[in-house]
Write a protein that binds this ligand. Structure first.
Ligand code: GTP
Length: 598
């Protein structure tokens, strides 16, 4: 396809503003799918994506569109993941495009992820076409949203398309705007092949599928290609595009987006951001900005039933086939037995993996508290440790310094909830950097330790603002802090899966909260159970679960033997859901519930 007939664009939006619905409409309008096929949203592939309404893996669809000028254009629509956890994938998809449709909900207006995504898009020099969606809603205020786009984002919205993806309003105008406003790609067909690896995923039939954007040269079937970062070479055995059904092609030229397969077995060999070139005639330099994504949030995953350990190992390995950004290694815990320490890009990523294991692989899991990665320098030139697991914290005497990752968070919230949100940030050791107001809403910028955000910050933010606050963040590096390991002792014994790293200043409040919640979560036993929070040897908080009377059968007035046995059986079954720890039974929910901060 000649360059001037190609348009590459993505759709950027805050979650739920209608990105997937609009994408499907564009596909339908250009004839990619019949109305029946449309009944399912096509761009969101996985079940969980559909249920959660978020897009995890970027997908691209090629559309054929005959514009008002009578010329048929090839439009490549990239679906980008909307969530911060997948920021790097978003950035790569944006780098593959020349423009973006900025979708803003006519009833909700601009939100935190709208801003985060649009700024990224501007950084990639995109032409941005504003689309005000959901104008069919009674609460729609398109004119106010138009002003908001101009005031808050600072782009011209006078020609914003008013649309309803749901009822099909404005779709033709959007397609026309893509052709007339978004520039055609540039590229040199005669230069050595240079293509960007935008995404990769594992397909059971095709093996690893790689989504590419060709910058220069041509990518052909049968070509020997080289991955410039990975240093590996592969033979291209398929070239094609999605319409959205797979269509095989002979080649992809400059400016084109499509997929290849090259008999690659593992997605880890095809990392997003790598540069593909011709093995025999390589490009002089790789594309800039390649970044290996590193997990930032870690937690332990343990089977509730110890016999499920092998099943868990197999399931985790399978998931990893399709997600190179998630890491795991075996872990043993005195309280929880054998399991895995897993690394994720963020909390949502963690939840998605956990949910898939539970649902698709039918596993009952115990998840330990999420932890960030601490950088520890040891005394006496003892070296450096990347600490992923609070249980592995070295003795305090051996620690010279501990640093923790910090983020810069942008929070967007209606004025009426601002007070409680600012307090939340302060309680979490936040440092306010900026606070501005736009039309009844405030935008607050805070620096926060990631550690204070990973657990329940997002949930708190949503509940304190009745769902109206939106939040986005990026990492800003590590900072030293007065951090200590807080152990939880149940019946005088430390429970490693409950230990956590906390700031000394907030340790006591945290410790007290933990003990109080555990007191409610652990059932009474025949004896008194002290629950303590301690730093080093020093107890900083304590609660006691008082003893229960004799066992339940005592109620049966001795006589009936079968009834007694039944009760004991019942009691036994109840125990299966517990974790025996020393002589104390801790219910599985306690491990995660205890960590929710008030
Ligand atoms: P993520 O994938 O989570 O980023 O969400 P999204 O932006 O793709 O939103 P999606 O297309 O899933 O739409 C979110 C909700 O808004 C769905 O319930 C849609 O049916 C609804 N929706 C989308 N467009 C419109 C519209 O034009 N009008 C109305 N009334 N509802 C819409």
């Amino acid at each position: 396809t000649p360059l001037d007939r190609i348009r590459n664009f993505s759709i950027i939006a805050h979650i739920d503003h209608g990105k997937s619905t609009l994408a499907d409409r564009l596909i339908q309008q250009t004839g990619g799918l019949s109305a029946r096929e449309m009944s399912e949203q096509v761009l969101d592939n996985m079940d969980i994506e559909k249920e959660r309404g978020i897009t995890i893996k970027a997908q691209t669809v090629r559309l054929a569109y005959t514009a008002a000028d009578g010329i048929e254009y090839t439009l490549n629509l990239m679906d980008t993941p909307g969530h911060v956890d997948f920021a790097y994938e978003v950035s790569r998809s944006l780098a593959a495009c020349e423009g973006a449709l900025l979708v803003v909900d006519a009833a909700q207006g601009v939100e935190a992820q709208t801003l985060a995504n649009v700024y990224q898009s501007i950084e990639h020099d995109h032409e941005i076409v504003p689309v005000i969606n959901k104008i069919d809603l009674p609460a729609a205020e398109p004119e106010q949203v138009r002003r908001e786009i101009e005031d808050v984002i600072g782009i011209d919205a006078s020609e914003a398309v008013l649309a309803s993806a749901k009822s099909g309003i404005g779709i033709a105008d959007i397609l026309e705007a893509v052709v007339t406003k978004i520039p055609a790609p540039k590229g040199d067909a005669d230069a050595p092949l240079k293509a960007m690896l935008v995404d990769s995923w594992y397909d059971p039939y095709l093996g690893v599928v790689i989504l590419v954007r060709v910058i220069d040269g041509t990518l052909r079937r049968g070509q020997q290609i080289k991955f410039m970062q990975a240093g590996t070479t592969h033979l291209v055995d398929r070239v094609g595009c999605f319409r959205p059904k797979i269509e095989q092609l002979q080649d992809l030229g400059p400016g084109e987006i499509g997929f290849i397969t090259a008999q690659i077995k593992d997605v880890a060999q095809a990392r997003v951001g790598d540069t593909l070139t011709d093995a025999k005639r390589p490009a002089a330099a790789a594309l800039e900005g390649f970044k290996e994504v590193q997990p930032v949030v870690f937690c332990g995953l343990f089977p509730v039933d110890a016999n499920d350990f092998e099943k868990l190992r197999e399931s985790i390995s399978k998931l990893r086939l399709n997600d190179a950004s998630f890491s795991f290694e075996m872990e043993t815990s005195a309280a929880l037995g054998f399991g895995f320490r897993c690394g994720f890009l963020g909390l949502l990523h963690l939840e998605i993996i956990q949910e898939r294991l539970t649902r698709e692989y039918d596993l009952d899991l115990i998840t330990t508290a999420p932890s960030v990665v601490y950088q520890i320098e040891l005394t006496h030139n003892g070296g450096h440790i990347d600490l992923h697991n609070p249980a592995d914290m070295p003795d305090p005497n051996r620690i010279a310094t501990i640093a923790e990752p910090w983020i810069e968070a942008t929070i967007y919230v209606p004025d009426e909830y601002l007070g409680s949100i600012l307090k939340l940030c302060q309680d979490r050791r936040g440092i306010q950097k900026n606070l501005t107001y736009v039309g009844g809403r405030a935008q607050a910028t805070y620096e926060l330790p990631l550690n204070e955000v990973v657990f329940d910050f997002y949930d708190r933010l949503k509940s304190l603002s009745k769902g109206y606050a939106s939040f986005d963040y990026h990492q800003i590096g590590n900072r030293e802090g007065d951090l200590v390991k807080m152990s939880i002792l149940v019946n005088e014994e430390p429970v490693d899966a409950l230990s956590m790293i906390v700031h000394r200043g907030t340790a006591e409040t945290r410790g007290r909260g933990m003990c109080e919640r555990l007191k409610e979560l652990i059932p009474r036993h025949l004896f008194k159970i002290p629950i303590q929070a301690a730093i080093g040897g020093k107890v900083i908080a304590r609660e006691t679960i008082s003893a229960m009377r004799k066992d339940v059968t005592a109620k049966c007035y001795g006589g009936d033997a079968t009834r007694k046995r039944k009760l004991l059986e019942k009691q036994k079954k109840g125990k299966l859901k517990m974790r025996e720890y020393g002589s104390v039974q801790i219910p599985q929910e306690a491990f995660i519930a205890a960590l929710r901060m008030g």
